[in-house]
Design a protein around this ligand. Structure first.
Ligand code: FE2
Ligand code: FE2
Length: 334
């Protein structure tokens, strides 16, 4: 895949610390529409089981690569992004690769992702961050398409890169018996990387629980409409997603849609500070919120109570509610 790193005019593109200025907005082109299909949004089966594993591994500040994750509790986060280009052609990316291998194989079969991968109709895997529920299922992708291009953030750990290359990590019960044979593209945080017209990747460098660093997300620019933000877990917060668009992207004040995890109530109850974030989200005047995964059901319910335009789903295939876009559901932003 051809990736262009877009910047402003060379002389005023960057501050001395390497960050982008707000002087001018970056134009990464536009597309006609994007369809997001939720392959799986369930990170794990039981919160209690997950918490027990984290405690056994040393707590949330310890590394996920040294935790005795129980395989039977693992599920995984993965979505299919399909861009409709201005010329009518369609281009696809897989967002993350889930966790439990057998579960992901079943989800790929149920959503047709297996056939698309085999046929080479998915151009790349975009790994938002290296959390186990987004990465450890990579073998299920690579056994169908070992030479697929993979995008990671340059902050990915050596453990993660070795795992992608085919290393097993028995301590974390993570296995990859299908070594990656394609191109591994490491994107720098704080930049705008145009993956195709109307689709840009932006990485956010921040420490995240379980000892990992950084998360990247996507912006889709729909011609005549504005931007859609696409996240994995959204550890970098909706505030930063919106602020980056506003400060650095063409149409950045017109973010009208969100898809993915917003990390508001990932383990059950909604904390007061997260409730405040949700109430504050009203100022963005979003028109379509397709949040799932670590957004958490209590957070989704509050958004609905507040009258936010939450896209509903079917509640099928393992997702626990029809209040949001869940497993097997699709949403179109056009
Ligand atoms: Fe997650
Ligand atoms: Fe995460």
């Amino acid at each position: 895949m051809n990736v262009r790193r877009l910047a402003l005019h060379e002389k005023d593109a960057e501050m001395p610390d390497g960050s982008l200025t707000k002087a001018e907005k970056i134009d990464f082109g536009a597309c006609r529409a994007v369809t997001m299909t939720c392959v799986s949004e369930i990170g794990w089966a039981s919160n209690d089981g997950l918490m027990q594993d984290i405690a056994a591994g040393g707590g949330v500040a310890a590394s996920q690569w040294h935790m005795p994750w129980r395989e039977e509790n693992a599920r995984g986060s993965c979505s299919l992004l399909e861009i409709e280009c201005l010329d009518g052609s369609r281009r696809r990316l897989l967002i993350d690769s889930g966790w439990n291998l057998d579960y992901m194989r079943a989800r790929f079969a149920a959503t047709g992702v297996d056939k698309l991968l085999r046929a080479g109709e998915i151009e790349a895997v975009f790994l938002t961050h290296e959390h186990m529920d987004h990465l450890f299922g990579l073998q299920a992708v690579l056994e169908l398409k070992p030479d697929i291009t993979i995008f990671v953030l340059s902050t990915f750990s050596d453990d993660a890169c070795r795992f992608i290359a085919g290393a097993d990590v028995p301590e974390a019960r993570a296995r990859n018996d299908a070594p990656h044979e394609g191109e591994l593209i490491r994107l720098e945080p704080g930049r705008v990387h145009a993956l195709m017209p109307g689709l840009a990747a932006v990485g956010f460098d921040l420490p995240i629980i379980l000892g990992i660093e950084g998360e990247q997300s996507l912006y889709v620019r729909i011609e005549g409409k504005g931007l859609v933000g696409v996240t994995g877990c959204g550890h970098h917060t909706v505030e930063r997603i919106m602020a980056f668009a506003r400060d650095h992207l063409t149409d950045g004040t017109q973010v009208y849609g969100l898809y993915g995890g917003l990390h508001l109530a990932p383990f059950g109850p909604l904390a007061p500070e997260k409730e405040a974030i949700i109430r504050d989200m009203g100022k963005y005047r979003l028109k379509r919120i397709a949040c799932n995964h670590c957004t958490g059901l209590p957070a989704v319910k509050l958004m609905i109570d507040l009258g936010y335009p939450v896209v509903r789903g079917s509640g099928c295939d393992g997702s626990i509610s029809d209040l949001y876009v869940g497993n097997g559901d699709s949403v179109i932003f056009d």
